[in-house]
Ligand binder design. Sequence first.
Ligand code: PLP
Length: 426
Amino acid sequence: MSDYTVLSTQELQQVHMDLLEKFNKLKDENLALDMSRGKPSPDQLDLSNGMLDIISADTPLKAEDGTDVRNYGGLDGLPEAKAFFSNILNVSSNEIIIGGNSSLNLMHDTVARAMLFGVNDGETAWAKLPKVKFLCPSPGYDRHFSICELFNIEMIRVDMLEDGPNMDQIEKLVQEDESIKGIWCVPKYSNPDGITYSDEVVDRFASMKTKAKDFRIFWDDAYTVHHLTDKPDELKNILTACKQAGNEDRVLIFSSTSKITFAGGGIGVLASSENNIQYFKKLLAMQTIGPDKLNQIRHIRFFKNVENLSTHMKKHASIIKPKFDMVLNKLESEIGGKNIGSWVEPNGGYFISFNTLDGCAKTVVSMAKEAGVKLTGAGATFPYGHDPRDRNIRIAPTFPSLIELERAMDVFCLCVQLASVEKLLK
Ligand code: PLP
């Protein structure tokens, strides 16, 4: 592999001609491939089809405490559902609310409530303040940033490092600025970098001094059981760390079964201190008489316990690991050694984050589109869609078949090479 950055202009021009010829041939194939969103593939969804047969007209439809799951009630979830998710998230049953079908929905509503009523009794509604700001470790999850935009919350970019967000930057900012009220975190197998926060990062989050008394960490633990290897990453329990540091109301933990069972047909959960949970329940009671308990019972009877959940997640891994390997092998064989891109091999989650040479991401995405491959928009992983170095592209390998993915990666790698050579020739 030759390092493109040391080639002479003449050599680069030759490489450019060869790549362009290949690119034009690819365009003639009229491909239509999609690597844009982190969706489970149909065969992953099939793994949970058994859940559809769990309840029928003949099944007893009472929960453990006698609740008829067909009727109203159970605002914060069935006891067995709370116990199941408490085990997954390592919190107590009093520290959890079982929501509807989506954790993003819970995050949106939590921000909305903070805007309208404040984060707890006696706290000022954020919407009454002249300015509300959130810290946004980037690259991050675009839909978190969209929630901020919707509520006119100013976003401040924070760098991602190898073991989590840059805590020096964060500690300084939250200590100085009272209008910083929150931060978005995907602490395990982060979207898109695939990294897990270190114990030190978790402890610093729990104990840092914040100028805003009502500062909240939005801890989106979406990929907590989504391992790709037999040696899963371990994430330190932030609620326990916050309690130990005397800041137990600081963290709001979100998760869901969207990528465990059915995406959009799963269960979202919110975990936090008992104090926060009581406050949310009071407001939630005005919003709904209770969530879908039929879906809760389906999930609980399907999994029965956390051990079965682990076995189920291994089946997911056996479907998607070969896809991650395919992407990583292609990157290594086509881009490795050329000094035109970098990426991290994740131990779990749904994405591979790729960094081009500065200033090339937009070009790569539009070239790939021209050749029939849809990628997540360049910049989407940054607040306001603005990647200051125009270099990050989120690769989502799970949805396409292995054959489609291989083709899509051929196109992707070619586009990265072409865009890089064009940049180096400028
Ligand atoms: N959080 C993260 C980090 C995600 O990547 C996703 C989906 O891609 C979600 C939340 C959405 O979760 P849900 O389907 O529970 O709303």
